[in-house]
Design a protein around this ligand. Sequence first.
Ligand code: GAL
Length: 432
Amino acid sequence: SAIVTVTKDNVKAAIVDSGYIPASSLKNLDSLSASSSSAAPAASGKLEMFSWWTAGGEADGLNGMYAAFKKAYPGVEIVNATVAGGAGTNAKAVMTTRLFGGDPPDSFQVHAGLEVATYTPDKYLQNLDSIFASEGWDKVFPKDLLTLLKYQDHYWSVPVNIHRANVLWYNKTVFADNKLDAPKSFDDFFKVADALKAKGIVPFVFGDKEGWESGHVFETVLIGTLGADGYRGLWTGKTAWTDPKVTDTLNTYKKMLSYINTDHAALTWDGAGEYLLNGKGGMQIMGDWQDGWFTSKKFTNYGWAPAPGNSGIFDALSDSFAMPKGVKNADNAANWIKLAGSKAGQEAFNPKKGSICARTDCDQSLFNAYLQSAGKEWSSNALVPSVVHGAAAYEKWATAYKDTMALFVTTGDVAKTQTALQKNCVDAGVCK
Ligand code: GAL
């Protein structure tokens, strides 16, 4: 077999060919590996990274960041520890057990915001304040994001992206063939849904197999009905869960659910997405990891719009990586955290993940049309925190909310559900 001499240039070419890292990001990687290799002996050993990204654009994005890490630290073996399940449905419990049981991975995925409290950070996590300072991260992450990340006055994780939760995706051909436009209001939504139904197309694609998806869609219906301030107030006690507008929201959502596919309970968010791919479904409300999934499927025939009533409002969440105390590979963990916050790391990750950089200085030409538009809206829209994805409330409340809304799909009981939503707020200590 042919012997190929490994040079810096053919390694670069191979990485670009693999599609994991855009050529333009390699310049940044050069400086990263140069500074690390001159300061210390070559890094070796392992890096165990824990997440729930197992397939599609999620795995592709993560692999992109792994490739960037491998380029900088070729001697380190990456152990990709994953527990499947969207929104961390299964991963979070496993992570808690490992952390509290004294067997932490070197780094793990956690949403920016109150979710970090679940892990008792002052006891189990390393605070990253000095890395934030040495990497100059207070200047490259937006102020609102820095505020969201700080818990008990410290930084516990580095944000790798910004996701938008309140997006309506649609199949462009289905819409064009039926002379439909993306709905702006709930009235529009029902008109479009009726038109699709009459054609035998599933109007509203839905998959709620994992139990978080209903709460996800419902948060966008709350935003669309209560507006940015009204929605924010639900999580601070300023908006009452007993308000008649919440009743309206539940009624609207119930009506939306009358247009879903019958096999919804058997499908995950991406499984349900197949209806859009094959043109058997019209619309789906899901976060923009859907964009990454479409990209991984080489599907480009999709359009997007804010969920009904959501225009001008960006329902935000951010994935971040934390570093437990007492990790087995401390240097590798610190290098991983630094890469995750770097321009090169974020440019390798986000175009495939279907998210925009948490940093403000990424090269926009690396991103597709949807992500470029999301970038603009992130900096111009009113921002509200996602509850299902860790930003708006403590985990216990977020879980109770999620379970209440999962049940609603089968019961459709508006009054009981509103009472339960109110009780969740009381139990959380936010409502009286
Ligand atoms: C979210 C996470 C996203 C994506 C999504 C679906 O909670 O922030 O990155 O993984 O779940 O799995």
